[in-house]
Design a protein around this ligand. Structure first.
Ligand code: EPU
Length: 457
């Protein structure tokens, strides 16, 4: 059994530091059972923190998960002169932008770590200081992850983009004005870029082909609290009327539906039962449909959703997509569960061009997954969506056995831990630090679910 950690993160004397853990020895074959609390969404919280730069007064953000991506954004804000303090209620941050200042490439680079968040500082910094710097960006290695939509949008607002050996320097010599922008693809980050820039630009911005993920709607709610005027129409159109002044907000973040879906799949894969406290049905409709079709059972309650297997696991055909489709961040833990379903499942990844590489390690653990780098055609499918799509064909059921695996990225890493917990025997899972980017108190939650593991490095 694993050792217990207190709320403050202090571990028992003599035990390894869970916040620094990099390698786990996991003994599988035991169902995960219990309750996990799902806090604010990583993909909203980090953006709402950046939005605080736009206000003239202090913002308060609640239900902030203490994940490493939040720490990165916090230190990037601090480098730019924002004072960040913790509130009395756990997970509350106060963000005071009154001392905002420019930062140097080296400072931004040193604090950005592997995060892609610096790119979203552009609009707010251009309004505040007339200049934004972006060093080379990180993020999960799941494809090329270009930033052309972001740069094109900023240029449409009147920004000037200069590339140098240090990174990208963006200025707005004549200020920023509203723009008509049509995104080539409903990119989450580019939509956020436009929102964070347009709210203080002069005039009206019309954004077409926008992403409409629930986290984006929550960011719009944050900006509206700050004084922004934003409306939207069907068919992915968002209008933003620029205003002269924004103030701080007080906001409780939307729950992390990616984390809730991850734990749901963990219950499915290990034949356990997990209550995801804080999960809400409305924002997970698409996931719940697929979960049910794959043989999952769920019960929507006032304060969360209970997940377990139903009668038997079943193979499914899934295509990832932008919201309201099946999120690309949900396929990795689902694939682990599908290795245990009798029959052939197909998962098409259409959002990123390299997000099925993680399945190699699942094969090492006994799975039978074949990746088709250009996707596959099938009469059951609608037309292929993008040139870059790939498909994983999963033949099950295949018993999983322990193996030595290394975490490649956030969601892939989570799926390795779940696979190891579903497998017979002991696995070594290395490089688990990446999982802390998106899952708060990960080892503590595994312990609460009765997982059998030790930190070995
Ligand atoms: N794209 C471009 N050019 C751009 C921007 C995006 O070609 O300038 C392409 C990407 O390469 C990709 C597609 O557009 O093929 C979608 O990318 P998007 O911009 O929507 O993704 P993102 O904003 O970089 C966010 C989340 C991801 C999540 C995606 C999709 C954050 C910090 N990250 O990324 O989260 O998978 O949206 O929903 O919000 C994760 O949580 O594990 C994660 C990777």
């Amino acid at each position: 059994m694993s050792t217990l950690v207190t709320d403050s993160g202090d571990q028992n004397p003599g035990q390894p530091d869970w916040e620094a853990a990099e390698t786990l020895a996991i003994r599988g074959g035991r169902p995960l059972r219990g309750t996990v609390e799902v806090k604010g969404a990583k993909n909203l919280v980090t953006k709402a923190m950046v939005a605080a730069l736009l206000g003239e007064t202090t913002s308060t953000l609640r239900d902030v998960p203490m994940i490493s991506d939040v720490k990165v954004v916090r230190s990037l804000l601090e480098v730019h002169g924002v004072t960040v303090t913790e509130g009395d209620e756990e997970g509350t941050l106060h963000l005071d932008p009154s001392g905002a200042v420019a930062a140097h490439f080296e400072e931004i680079d040193a604090h950005a770590g592997a995060s892609r968040i610096p790119i979203l500082f552009c609009g707010p910094l251009l309004h505040l200081l007339g200049e934004a710097l972006i060093p080379d960006l990180g993020g999960c290695r799941i494809g090329d992850r270009p930033i052309n939509f972001h740069m094109d949008a900023l240029r449409a607002f009147g920004a000037v983009v200069d590339k140098s050996y240090e990174g990208i320097r963006i200025t707005a010599p004549n200020g920023l004005h509203g723009a008509n922008i049509t995104l080539p693809y409903p990119s989450v980050g580019a939509t956020e870029q436009v929102l964070l820039t347009a709210v203080r630009a002069k005039g009206v911005t019309e954004l077409r082909n926008a992403a409409i993920e629930p986290e984006i709607m929550d960011l719009i709610a944050v900006l509206q609290k700050m004084g922004a005027i934003i409306s939207y129409e069907p068919n992915r159109v968002i209008f933003i009327e620029g205003v002269d002044k924004l103030v701080g907000y007080d906001h409780r973040a939307i729950f992390d539906r990616n984390e809730a879906a991850s734990w749901a799949c963990a219950a499915l894969a290990t034949d356990g039962e997990i209550f995801a406290k804080g999960a809400r049905q409305q924002d997970m409709l698409t996931f719940l449909n697929v979960f049910r079709k794959a043989g999952g059972w769920f019960d929507v309650r006032e304060d969360g959703i209970l997940f377990r297997r139903g009668e038997a696991l079943k193979p499914v055909m899934v295509e990832t997509d932008v919201h309201p489709g099946f999120m690309t961040d949900w396929q990795q833990p689902l694939i682990v569960a599908l290795t245990q379903a009798p029959g052939t499942s197909t998962v098409h990844e259409t959002v990123y061009e390299n997000r099925l590489g993680f399945t190699e390690a699942l094969n090492k653990m006994g799975a039978d997954i074949v990746v088709h780098p250009k996707g596959i055609s099938s009469p059951d499918r609608r037309v292929p969506r993008r040139d870059l799509e790939q498909a994983a064909v999963i033949n099950g059921p295949t018993p999983l056995h322990g193996a030595d695996v290394e975490v490649p990225d956030l969601r892939g890493g989570y799926s390795y831990v779940i696979a190891a917990l579903a497998a017979e025997g002991e696995s070594t899972v290395r490089n688990i630090g990446i999982i802390r980017r998106g899952y708060e108190k990960f080892l503590e939650k595994l312990t609460a679910l009765d997982a059998d593991f030790d930190v070995v490095g």
